[in-house]
Design a protein around this ligand. Structure first.
Ligand code: NAD
Length: 513
């Protein structure tokens, strides 16, 4: 791995992609198991240096130590473990079963896409880019990683870990810099782009990639709903909302930002949630292991929610029921709950705080009367990443879940499944497309080649549809279709002798050229 400790010069980037391409050729010739050995060395290295890595994540990103360890590091270890085991089998040739042409054999052969770009955000600066890099490397690719400019040191740490694990030189390279650098990587001929970030940047990435028809995976924003049905256990539901809305200070693409609660329990729900917020340890002591709530990572994001909250302050449609104040140094916003005003709870739905991604510690609460209305409200969003349904009635919750337009719906749970290795992550609508993690995510890193051959060499003959086109040939195919595709058996069977007769005539009198 080559590391630049400063912003990478734009001129260097095409050369880096070229070096990565050279290194990738040798890497691709190794077996998946050989590649997995190196990933498992990296796993060991992480465990040996856990506290140092967690401290770096915590200091550069601002999240509490528990979140650095549980949200960022643990999922990487899990993904490494699961896919070092699964990938060798998943990437083996896959036989296809053919209904016709039984004398032929078809199979799928997976081959790496080549050099992939991983362009990452700052909110999970370790787990997002590292997770994607693991699956990319296991499947035989080289990686050009561009960490967020907000968290460059964590990006460099990933490189350091892979270096220590014995990854060949130039196979994993890091470009430090801003959007200009991201754009330059895309222009430099990478074979696929794995982009995680905002919708507006995602659109630029896709436009830039279209120049060379480079495929892209887009993991973009969310405005994720949590539906709380009338029979929900309020203690459980409010704890779920608390963690789902405020973990990582709400700076999660899958944070709960909209709570759609049955009107009969709205007031109790909100007061219980506010009560629990008051119990969070909000110390500013970065080293405190008991800290629950981190600082705002990216200053500019604050402008988004400041202006959304300003709109709330200026309208009669909603009010702040809890929080809403910044710390004196403006590095933290208290966990904030915004609700519709009494008598007009749902009027909050007109406001930006309810409709636009906040990406901060704010949840907006509205109400519903019927299940249909709850589903309609959950789906009324340009985004579709994750949703939660909370209910004691699992069948009902499941039927609601199956109507929600999202990549993931969790029943009686929130937020966390990016941390699982085997479950796919990704969205619909403006949240983007493609999947990371899971077997689907692994297959995003390979091209598929279909190989087709004779089952036995002795059975090779010129196919019946080759030239010349002749009368018996045409009739034979017509009877063939009758025989193969008619619904009734008697009709099918009656076509058989005709088909065979035409076939014999064809073979005798109309040899293929
Ligand atoms: P961002 O779009 O500002 O930046 C993401 C990355 O793209 C950064 O590395 C940035 O330098 C780079 N970039 C910027 N302009 C570029 C360009 N023109 N070409 C190529 N790269 C460019 O996003 P952010 O502020 O870092 O992250 C927050 C956003 O990410 C939120 O919208 C959040 O919902 C989303 N997100 C989504 C997921 C998911 O899995 N769906 C996960 C985490 C974050």
């Amino acid at each position: 791995m080559s590391v630049a400790h400063h912003e990478t010069s734009l001129e260097e980037i095409p050369q880096m992609v070229f070096q990565a391409r050279v290194a990738q050729k040798t890497w691709a010739s190794k077996t998946v198991k050989q590649r997995a050995e190196i990933i498992l060395n990296a796993r060991e290295h992480i465990l040996n240096n856990l506290d140092e890595i967690a401290a770096l994540i915590s200091s550069e990103n601002g999240k509490p130590s528990t979140e650095a360890i549980v949200h960022d590091i643990l999922p990487v270890l899990e993904l490494m473990t699961a896919y070092c085991k699964r990938a060798p089998k998943l990437l083996e040739d896959k036989p296809l079963s053919l209904r016709i042409m039984k004398h032929k054999k078809s199979y799928l052969h997976y081959w790496p896409v080549g050099v992939v770009a991983v362009i990452a955000p700052w909110n999970f600066p370790f787990s997002i880019p590292f997770g994607e890099s693991i699956l990319a490397l296991l499947s035989g690719n080289a990686v050009i990683l561009k960490p967020s400019e907000v968290t460059p040191k964590i990006g460099l740490k990933i490189g350091e870990i892979l270096d220590a694990a014995g990854l060949p030189r130039h196979l994993f390279q890091i470009v430090l810099g801003t959007g200009v650098h991201g754009a330059k990587i895309i222009q430099s001929g990478v074979n696929k782009v794995f982009f995680t970030g905002s919708v507006s940047t995602g659109k630029k990435v896709m436009a830039a990639a279209s120049d060379r028809l480079t495929p892209v995976i887009l993991e973009l924003g969310g405005k994720d709903p949590m539906i709380v049905l009338s029979d929900a256990d309020l203690d459980f539901a409010t704890s779920a909302a608390l963690w789902g809305g405020f973990a990582n200070s709400g700076q999660v693409c899958a944070s709960i930002e909209r709570i759609i609660v049955h009107e009969s329990i709205h007031d109790k729900f909100v007061s219980k949630l506010n009560e629990k917020i008051a119990r969070l340890n909000q110390t500013d002591d970065q080293s405190s292991l008991l800290k629950n709530f981190g600082r705002i990572t990216f200053e500019k994001q604050k402008d988004v929610y400041s202006s959304q909250l300003q709109e709330v302050a200026q309208t009669a449609a909603a009010k702040i029921s809890c929080g809403g104040t910044f710390s004196p140094d403006r590095k933290k916003l208290d966990p904030t709950v915004v609700i519709g005003n009494e008598g007009a709870r749902t009027s909050i739905e007109r406001l930006r705080i309810y409709n636009e991604e906040t990406f901060g510690p704010v949840v907006a609460v509205t109400t519903f009367k019927s299940i249909e209305e709850a589903v309609e409200k959950a789906n009324h969003s340009p985004y579709g990443l994750l949703a939660s349904v909370i209910s004691e009635d699992i069948h009902l919750a499941e039927s609601v879940a199956r109507q929600i337009e999202a990549g993931t719906v969790l029943i009686n749970d929130v937020l966390y499944t990016h941390g699982l290795a085997e479950t796919p992550w990704g969205g619909v609508k403006d949240t983007g497309f493609g999947r990371v993690h899971s077997d689907l995510g692994l297959y995003e890193f390979v091209n598929v080649r279909h190989i087709h051959k004779d089952r036995f060499a002795a059975l090779r003959f010129k196919p019946l549809w080759w030239f010349p086109y002749t009368g018996h040939q045409l009739k034979m195919f017509r009877y063939f279709m009758e025989f193969m595709y008619r619904r009734t058996l008697s009709k099918r069977l009656s076509a058989l002798p005709h088909m065979l007769a035409e076939l014999v005539q064809m073979i005798k009198n109309e040899p293929r050229i």
